[in-house]
Design a binder for this molecule. Structure first.
Ligand code: NAP
Ligand code: MN
Length: 268
């Protein structure tokens, strides 16, 4: 089996990276950063997001696992103290794989020329650097509302505990193949009206955002990466056909992770 390790880059994470790499090589596993079967992220959830995007071209063959060197993470849920145990578990391959749904975002420009397709592990947000965004929101081909406000967030189930949660979105179990739309400060008055509550869309219920008015430049964030897009005609969001694979060596149920991260103050 081939593996790679992505480190947050701080001293503690680099040390764990070096230890794991050496031990796994001693167990006859092959270190390979180009086509790994297993990617180990050492750092936080942010590091895990980076690892995911670094290996996005081989999601169907690569599984991920995360060790946290800060607080407990949603993706990085192994502690530095458990690393030795984890090394032995990895060396005993094959491992169990759990798959979670991810989000597909397609940005099309006015001239029908360019089409940018992205996959998000947490979410995509659409904002503007100036004033508010105005766009028609279509769901499954039907006009749903005209949104005006700071922006919209479209989250995956595993990303529902991140930005989505701060926006008042619900926490969705990742066994549900869905995406969630939450509003970022919508303007509601006699002229503009939006639903106001988060919407949860199942697989195949595509959501399309179509800018109206003069403003066609948007700040679009896909997980931790933000870029400006001008001349935007539409932004399409749906559950991706691709999925993210997690290597599972012990049960740590999603709701236990939610509890340990947000409710219980021990074990963090
Ligand atoms: P960051 O500013 O360090 O991330 C913000 C926090 O979100 C960090 O504590 C991060 O954990 C945590 N996080 C990331 N994914 C999570 C998940 N699926 N469930 C629960 N918490 C999660 O930036 P970053 O580390 O590059 O992460 C990017 C993410 O930040 C975005 O995808 C977005 O979800 C989130 N974000 C949140 C807000 C907000 O809540 N108002 C605003 C902007 C962005 P670690 O410390 O372990 O990295
Ligand atoms: Mn972070």
């Amino acid at each position: 089996m081939k593996f790679a390790i992505v480190s947050k880059g701080d001293e503690r994470s680099n040390k764990i990276q070096a230890t794991m790499k050496q031990h796994l090589i001693d167990f006859d596993l092959e270190y390979d950063e180009t086509t790994p079967d297993l990617v180990i992220s050492v750092g936080g959830d942010g590091t895990f997001l980076e690892a995911f995007h670094q290996y996005i071209h081989c999601l169907s063959r690569t599984s991920f696992i995360g060790v946290h060197t800060g607080h407990l993470g949603f993706y990085a849920d192994w502690t530095p103290e458990e690393v030795e145990k984890l090394i032995i578990e990895i060396a005993k391959t094959p491992f169990q794989v759990v798959e979670y749904p991810i989000l597909e975002v397609t940005i099309r420009d006015q001239d029908g020329g360019e089409e940018n397709r992205f996959l998000a592990l947490n979410e995509a947000t659409i904002k503007t650097a100036e004033g508010s965004v105005v766009f028609d929101v279509e769901i499954k081909g039907s006009h749903f509302e005209t949104f005006r406000g700071d922006g919209l967030c479209i989250a995956t189930p595993s990303g529902s505990t991140a930005y989505n949660k701060a926006l008042g979105g619900g926490i969705i179990h990742p066994s549900l193949e869905a995406i969630q739309l939450t509003e970022i400060a919508s303007i509601n008055n006699r002229v503009f009206r939006t639903i106001g509550s988060p919407l949860i869309l199942p697989k195949h219920h595509t959501c399309m955002l179509k800018p109206i008015g003069q403003k066609k430049t948007f700040l679009i964030a896909v997980d931790h990466f933000t870029k400006n897009y001008s001349n935007v005609k539409s932004i399409q969001c749906r559950v991706a056909k691709e999925r993210v694979r997690f290597a599972r060596f012990r049960p740590f149920p999603f709701w236990d992770r939610v509890r340990d991260s947000f409710v219980a103050d021990d074990d963090v």
